[in-house]
Design a protein around this ligand. Structure first.
Ligand SMILES: [Zn+2]
Ligand SMILES: [Zn+2]
Length: 352
């Protein structure tokens, strides 16, 4: 039997476009679920990993960690799902399951390092893990999510990364009806932050540099838009927010936002990894017991909680469906922020 049993789309070098390749998926073990992938969202991390922007990419790279599909096979010990059920996989496919983080449903903070859905060492085949730009995936049931049946399946896909990345801080900082939440940046993450914070009952403000985003933000549920380059507007929200979710994916000055936090408020970074520049001034933090924090995706239980919440409140991502073969163009458009608000690949196109 050909070991490379699965058609996929990937790249063989940092400067090569994505193209059709073949990869190996394992046979299901007793705890595994095999999923036929129907839709896969396109995340900025996909592009960065394909192009080795962060270093550490091992080729071939098959990106994709916003996966939804249908169960096609289950191992003898699987209890969570059965053949024919809808299923989803996000950014994690394994973790040590033993450390303090894993014991507390915080697999994303596994002290021994989680296994990413792509470009992580694969414990089973001793290759790299390959993501959702492929026909199928085989994942331990612990890391497979159930999908509410009432939602548009394609638009569910981005919930698995963009959704949970913003849901986790909203829940950790106990956002509810009396909360005032601000979102910095209106992209894949930002638009989900608005929808989810609104779903939780919060008053939601978008910080944007451009007035052109105002109408979109309001349609997504934002109560107010504050132009962050307008000093007067910034002053009008001084001391207002309990939580600011900062989704900006590049280096930026966060000092102006700290003054808009209420006492005990938190500015949480979810989109940018690296040094801050200009440096963070501690004075407004100390004088108002304010925090600057970070957060990455979410644990499996929390991801299920988010999907169930979205099912109940009819929340999905705003998407543009593309064919697998159009992924290279989609990456170029993403770099120009020319997407409202997430590309999702119709994986039926890979079969052709
Ligand atoms: Zn992602
Ligand atoms: Zn662990």
């Amino acid at each position: 039997m050909d070991a490379k049993n699965t058609k996929a789309f990937g790249t063989v070098a940092s400067d090569a476009p994505l193209k059709e390749i073949h990869i190996q998926r394992r046979e299901v073990t007793p705890k595994d679920i095999e999923i036929e992938i129907l839709y896969c969202g396109v995340c900025h991390s996909d592009l960065h990993t394909a192009r080795n922007d962060w270093g550490g990419s091992v080729y071939p790279v098959v990106p994709g960690h916003e996966i939804v599909g249908k169960v096609t096979k289950v191992g003898s010990g699987v209890t969570k799902l059965k053949v024919g059920d809808l299923a989803a996989v996000g950014c994690l496919v394994d973790s040590c399951r033993e450390c303090d983080s894993c014991q507390h449903d915080l697999e994303q903070y596994c002290l021994n390092g989680f296994t990413g859905t792509y470009n992580s060492p694969d414990k089973h085949l001793h290759l790299q893990t390959y993501g959702g730009y492929s026909e199928k995936v085989v994942v331990d049931e612990h890391f497979v999510l159930k999908v509410p049946a009432n939602l548009n399946l394609a638009a569910v896909a981005p919930l698995l990364c963009a959704g949970i990345t913003t849901w986790s801080p909203l829940r950790h900082w106990n956002v509810g009806k009396d909360s005032k939440v601000a979102v910095v940046g209106l992209g894949g993450l930002g638009h989900m932050a608005i929808k989810l914070a609104k779903g939780l009952g919060a008053e939601v403000t978008l910080f944007s540099r451009t007035p052109e985003k105002t109408q979109d933000a309001k349609e997504l549920g934002a109560d107010t838009v504050v132009i962050s380059t307008d000093a007067e507007q910034m002053k009008s929200v001084k001391g207002k927010f309990d939580l600011i979710i900062d989704t900006v994916p590049y280096i930026h000055d966060i000092n102006p936002y700290i003054s808009t936090l209420n006492i005990n408020g938190t500015h949480v970074l979810v989109g940018y990894l690296g040094d801050l520049n200009p440096m963070l001034n501690s004075v407004p933090m100390i004088m108002g017991r304010k925090s600057v924090a970070g957060s990455v995706i979410g644990g499996i239980a929390e991801t299920q909680e988010m999907l169930d919440f979205c099912g109940k409140h009819n929340i999905v991502s705003e998407i543009e469906i593309i064919k697998m073969q159009d992924i290279n163009t989609a990456y170029e458009r993403m770099l120009k922020s020319d997407v409202r608000y997430r590309f999702v690949i119709d994986m039926a196109s890979l079969k052709k």
